[in-house]
Design a protein around this ligand. Sequence first.
Ligand code: AMP
Length: 565
Amino acid sequence: MIIGIDLGTTNSLVAVWDNDASVLVPNALGQLLTPSVVGLDDQGRILVGQAARERLHTHPTMTTALFKRHMGSAHTVQLGPRSLRPEELSALVLRSLKEDVERAYGKPVNEAVISVPAYFSDAQRHATRIAGELAGLKVDKLINEPTAAALAYGLPQQNKETSFLVFDLGGGTFDVSILELFEGVMEVRASAGDNYLGGEDFDQLLAERFIQTQRGQPGFPEAQSIAQPLRREAERVRQALGNESWAEFVLLADGQQWKHVFTQDDVATLFAPLLERLRNPIERALRDARIRVNELDEVLLVGGTTRMPLVRKLAAGLFGRFPSIHVNPDEAVAHGAAIQAALKSRSAALEEVVLTDVCSYTLGIETAQFVGQIHEGGHYLPIIERNSTVPVSRVKTVCTVDESQERVLVKIYQGESRLVRDNIALGELEIPVPPNTGGVVDLDVRFTYDNNGILECQVSIPATGEQHALVIQNNPGVLSNDEIAERLQALAALKVHPRDQQINTLLVARLERLYQESLGDRREQIDHWASRFQQALATQDERIIRQTRHELNERIALLEKGSGH
Ligand code: AMP
């Protein structure tokens, strides 16, 4: 059984191909979205998902989120006594999703199609594959998120030629991709985005505005001490304003209630600068793909934040049409990954679609340029331009700068800057050249980049027929095979929080969080609830535990809406 996984920055989802359709599989809490959050519980066991998310701020040194942003780098996170890499943290999320499917279907799962942003670099893609491997999943195929969305929207299945744009606004990132479907081949023509723009930025802005409205109110707490409840309430209000013309922002702090009513018009003005920032990546992607807005056949909305009417309105205005929204925007990528998994296992229900990818960064070498009378090194010579469809092979001819030169150092970079010092160094190749030939020596530098993100650099000297090559698939941020084996052992040895206790752990974590956020009577009330739940757990009677949990969850829901006592 091959599963499809949307490994997201904020949330992850898993889907399977079942009875000729893709079906999302719920986690141990019955939810389709598993927060991409990992932590250690009080016994040092691994906790993944909603319960870990609740503990993010009550146990900040034992919990971590947003690690997708560090994929492909050597960054590590300290979780209690353990130091973990982004691949390992992702592996723990993947393992949890894999287990959800195994539980639901009673079969072992050992292969997955995992989605990645179209702009992910080689190192980031490689790290995602390793995360799969560490989770016990063979990952033959990574799928670009916009490609997955297109599959979920059924575009390839319509057998039409189309050009379309995928507008993906999630919790923390904005990605725009332009794809073309031609003779059954789906091609990513261009991708652009903003790694620091998403629903959370809207929440932050709304929270800041709320604080401004309370300025001058005696006793209003220090902003830092209420950052988390503020953010959560901001998210609730922002979502409520999707359906209501006004919503009340209620902050309970220090035993007092602080309130302000926001209307749709208020937030339209407040959010205008953020909405404006969505334009830039769209324009860049259109330019890179050399396509005009009126040539797009479809615009697909993906990511939870595109549920906001303001975002939909902006998209409708920019593209002169209403975007397609018949698939849940936060579920589209997981469905697409499952469809791709089905294509892979050649289920008869779908026609084969060949997917091609693009190289998301420019790849090139360092050269020297004549500046005045002297040669100045450090300049960038692009060889494969960003957004070229892969596999791709390009050659450029360069020459030595000095007749007496005996060696040439070909330094390979990835990036978009004019000077190599601002790009990322990938490797270098030293080539002997015949000296004193009476002139400069030409060198052909060929770059070949394949679907697996492997770059081969071949340098040949036409005058001598000599050839040298370097294959780049590793970089300092990537684990070696020995390291992978070592990490696999370490991960296998980690104890995992028991699945059947997750629902209770979630309630304990929620109560702890509420306790920390409260003061006075409210804190006493929560303390009392926490004790009641501990007593219920101590009975080990499933019926009593369920009843108490149900009742307390209802009370918490009321309390969080600002009307509970
Ligand atoms: P994703 O990364 O696609 O899971 O998106 C997560 C983001 O979607 C969060 O910032 C949520 O606040 C946002 N989101 C989810 N549902 C809604 C909604 N109904 N209205 C506005 N934003 C939403």
